[in-house]
Write a protein that binds this ligand. Sequence first.
Ligand SMILES: Nc1ncnc2c1ncn2[C@@H]1O[C@H](COP(=O)(O)OP(=O)(O)OP(=O)(O)O)[C@@H](O)[C@H]1O
Ligand SMILES: [Mg+2]
Length: 235
Amino acid sequence: MALAIEIRDLRFRYPGAAVDCLDIELLRVEAGARVFLYGPSGSGKSTLLSLIGGVIQVQQGTLNLLGKNIAHMRPTICDRLRADHIGFIFQQFNLIPYLSVMDNVLLPCRFSSRRQQRALAEGGTLPETARRLLSHLQLENTEHIPVTQLSVGQQQRVAAARALIGKPEIVIADEPTSALDTDRQSAFLDLLLQECAEANAALIFVSHNRQLATQFHYEIALPSINRAVPVGCVV
Ligand SMILES: Nc1ncnc2c1ncn2[C@@H]1O[C@H](COP(=O)(O)OP(=O)(O)OP(=O)(O)O)[C@@H](O)[C@H]1O
Ligand SMILES: [Mg+2]
């Protein structure tokens, strides 16, 4: 089966830190796989996702995304790969505060013509595709609202719509349900899983709520694959 993500001998240390944050010999995520990643606070989950998402640069080792090694890739080429193929739901959402819901959701299509083409291929205009996603996420009639006027749970769903538009092959979700009550958590997760399945996207989903893990193909405890023990990580 084709691999969406392959990590080999990856090591990462924050500048000035005394010890490595990550030291991973092997991690493979197949195309379309839905993976639940967990581990204690400070164990490096967000750091790993940031490396996969190209937010921070690989220092040592191999990180293949869709068969291309992004370690040592020129930043502009890496940015293109990321914009074209990765949807990222950040732990802090990272929505653009001065843009409306609609403009936030359409942002990846502005940065990637591939995402734009794939969004258009669903039929209809870009705003129509965005509206479909927003309505799946129970955000009808919010498109003109500035995102700062939304609740945390609503912002989280806007971040999900933005990650999913244009059907990226890899979706990364860093504790996207932490601010939601139990009912909303499972509704949000259902929608995310459904959209990823439709797009055959590989999903890496981080959460402290192990009960959610049953809905994934498999789960990975980060400390079980990470030979480094980051400072402040209580295992
Ligand atoms: N920007 C940074 N600069 C220096 N060290 C950092 C930075 N971000 C994280 N770290 C350190 O890296 C380690 C892993 O942090 P990370 O945020 O990846 O953990 P996490 O597993 O996502 O935790 P949480 O569950 O609390 O979100 C911690 O020891 C943290 O202090
Ligand atoms: Mg984190």
